[in-house]
Design a protein around this ligand. Sequence first.
Ligand code: E4P
Length: 220
Amino acid sequence: MEFFLDTAEVSEVVEIASWGILDGVTTNPSLIKKSGRDFKQVVREIAEICSGPISAEVTALDADGMIAQGLALKADLPDNVIIKVPCTDSGLKATKVLSDQGIGVNVTLIFSAAQALMASKAGAMYISPFIGRIDDTGHDGMALVAEIMTTWKSYRVTNTKVLAASIRHPQHILQCLLLGAHTATMPTKVFKQLVKHPLTDRGLDDFLADWADVEKAGKA
Ligand code: E4P
């Protein structure tokens, strides 16, 4: 599974990239707002740290506007930047035009398997179902990932990766792994929760205490 970081904080990208397991980064307008920084500058810096796909989102609502923004971002930013568009009818049109020109498109705000399949047919490189936001409404976000993975198998979809988004906790990642989702994007907090296990910490404490005794006995 590809592990993407969901952030517009460059320091977080530096930290997680240093672990050697970062495959890409997703940003969105809300994350850019939170960073308080210039959109293109942030994406440029992130794209220089992480060589994987970096999603930069368009904000136009009409297809022509999305296409124009997508082309301008591609012209101005490093090659590994891909264009994120919302799953609307205009978004599908823009996905088709941009992907026909060889531009990677991540279709975002996916809340149904039908939306996912339509985005794939339009040529999306990634589709992003928002798990946590569905859970927040009292429904089961992971059921959507399961439906999409079943659809992908039934229709032998190979051109589009399923990018699980709006990840809230490590269990979301485990369930996505079991379902065979290709990619997940998560905040730094979840990356840190995933690597940590109390038994690892306890085991390490025990090993180090025993090793101190070995040293004390002059047998190291
Ligand atoms: C995905 O690309 C989105 O940026 C993100 O996962 C949204 O997550 P949220 O629901 O935590 O805002």
